[in-house]
Design a protein around this ligand. Structure first.
Ligand code: NAD
Ligand code: TYD
Length: 348
């Protein structure tokens, strides 16, 4: 039996990773450590919460003593680190929260792993989950590869870039066995409705305006969250130590085109006159430092590990929209409380 720590497992991507590992690997005991910030939600994991190889631990990765004791207590063999502050707009409002969790929290975990493992790194692995946003912005041409220089533009991406550098530095300096993946924009069930796709699904359902930043001509590369979880599983088990892998959907969309497709599908699902939901589109003030385009070259993980997306964008959007329509209690629960204050400050 191996003890695996997954951080941020109550969040969007983390919950899909936890579910995959708990259900697929009964030779692993999965410890899900999450502070349950506004973005963490144990409702995401009700289906597996009673599994005998699963334990939830509420705790903060920035708490040095707590983290150190936790590693000593459970003698983790591997770490998959997803806990983070993850929303660019919030990072513009409060950069320090991102420095604390994304940088200091990551270094705390690295220190605890190093202390526990340093006499014998055999079979140990620290997996750091990161973003393509560390590479900055592309122009109209080109793709991010694993050797693209880091050039982050937002406090969020700067904090993730910093954490990536620390992970790499612990590998170089102390020999810590690590892997890093940099993934493009995810979408799917359980996505907190502050990000583009779930926010717009929520607003279409509720007949609220759809706030498109700037002219809407910004491009993102979208990947279905379960395909990200499959990639994480593969890299955790078969990736080479001290390597980075880019993960992407080969699926670039301009925001405004994506929003129009979303509106069309929602019109059909909600029985609205075609074109009705698109009337909610409102162009609003642009995000400061808004990156023009992200697009991933995922050839390395494809060629070395045989990964490629299994779900088309059309399929993924259908699954996602159906999930939100069938889980409106989830949506209502996460959009009450703190979210209402955030929404008012950001958009009203
Ligand atoms: P999320 O915001 O949905 O979830 C983050 C989770 O971390 C939450 O459950 C939250 O409670 C927890 N958390 C936050 N601060 C914590 C702390 N101090 N201690 C312990 N737990 C804490 O984020 P997500 O979208 O699931 O992203 C997960 C990871 O994947 C992040 O590291 C993010 O940078 C990376 N990533 C996300 C995307 C994307 O499109 N969402 C793409 C590439 C990479
Ligand atoms: P987001 O989901 O916040 O992801 P990221 O900024 O990490 O790529 O945003 C995706 C794109 O959608 C990005 O170009 C910003 C844009 N956007 C809007 O136009 N309006 C919104 O209300 C939000 C949240 C995002």
């Amino acid at each position: 039996m191996k003890n695996i720590l997954i951080t941020g497992g109550a969040g969007f991507i983390g919950s899909h990773v936890v579910r995959r590992f708990v259900t697929k690997y009964n030779n692993y005991h999965i410890y899900n450590l999450d502070a349950l910030t506004y973005a963490g939600n144990l409702e995401n994991l009700v289906d597996i919460e009673k599994a005998s190889n699963y334990t939830f631990i509420k705790g903060d990765i920035t708490d040095e003593v707590f983290i150190s004791n936790l590693f000593q207590k459970h003698q983790f063999d591997g770490v998959i680190h997803l806990a983070a502050e993850s929303h660019v707009d919030r990072s513009i409002e409060d950069p320090m929260a991102f420095v604390k969790t994304n940088v200091i929290g990551t270094v705390n975990l690295l220190n605890a792993a190093r202390k526990l493992w340093e006499n014998n790194y055999d079979g140990k692995r620290f997996y750091h989950v990161s973003t393509d946003e560390v590479y900055g912005s592309l122009g109209a041409e080109g793709l991010f590869t694993e050797t693209t220089p880091y050039d982050p533009n937002s406090p969020y991406s700067a904090s993730k870039a910093s954490s990536d550098h620390f992970v790499r530095a612990y590998g170089e300096t102390y020999g810590l066995p690590y892997v890093i993946t940099n993934c493009s924009n995810n979408y799917g069930p359980n996505h907190f409705p502050e990000k583009l796709i779930p926010l717009f699904i929520h607003n279409i359902i509720n007949n609220q305006s759809l706030p498109v930043y700037g002219d809407g001509n910004y491009t993102r590369d979208w990947l279905f969250v379960k395909d990200h979880a499959i990639a994480i599983d593969l890299v955790f088990h078969q990736g080479n130590n001290h390597e980075t892998y880019n993960i992407g959907g080969f699926n670039e969309w301009k925001n405004i085109d994506l929003v129009k497709v979303l509106c069309q599908i929602m019109d059909t699902k909600l029985g609205r006159t075609p074109g009705k939901s698109a009337e909610l589109i409102t162009y609003v003030k642009d995000r400061p430092g808004h990156d023009l385009r992200y697009a991933i070259d995922a050839n390395k993980i494809n060629l070395e590990l045989g990964w490629s997306p299994t779900v088309t964008f059309e399929q993924g959007l259908q699954i996602t929209i159906d999930w939100y329509l069938e889980n409106q209690d989830w949506l209502n629960n996460v959009t009450s409380g703190e979210y209402a204050a955030y929404y008012k400050k950001q958009y009203l």
